[in-house]
Design a protein around this ligand. Sequence first.
Ligand code: C5P
Length: 223
Amino acid sequence: PSTAPLQGIQALVTAGPTHEAIDPVRYIANHSSGKQGYAIAAALQKLGANVTLVSGPTNLPCPAGVTRIAVQSALEMLAACEKSLPADIAVCAAAVADWRVDKIASTKLKKTSATSLPKLNFALNPDILASISRDGPNRPGLVIGFAAETEAVEENAKSKLARKGCDWIIANDVSPQTGTFGGDNNTVLLVDQTGSESWETMTKNAVAEKLAQRIVEKLKLNT
Ligand code: C5P
């Protein structure tokens, strides 16, 4: 076996949160650290893949040998992903905001009085994972999504697999007591059409390496 089993393989990984601007100084965001997605990008690169990491704002350094495209919003993330296709594998680990503010104010919203409050209207963001999973010449052979759940993890992951049209879902419990968001450990369930497999709690780096290994095995079966 080659030491670089993913040599010649093009991988697209999304990671981190998105920032949805309200005005020039404010935004709506979430607690995603980007750690899991970055670890996956690094693990795939180590196995020889050519990795493009489309990342929302994080404090993480770009893994060695990985091409990073930094974005802020979901719309920017989708555009960067589309530019990065075709790819053989896509792993969507980003915590994309479901909604954006429909009209970003061009100047800072002012506190005009003690009683008047700003009104924000929202628009639905595109689902990047579902969009990448859609059939077409650019659909990667293996599309992997994440499901951050706080209850009924397996059940929700299975319906998400069907809804998004991806091949695998990595489901994790992000209830506050698990410390997954921002933490170094993750407890996940790998769900595909045929069933699910639960992995013991391990570091996000170990999850990434195990996932990269699974990807190698899957690509071997397909060739
Ligand atoms: O629907 P939900 O947000 O729970 O799905 C999570 C999965 O979908 C993750 O893989 C995430 O990266 C992806 N996603 C996306 N674009 C969105 C929302 C979620 O790619 N707008």
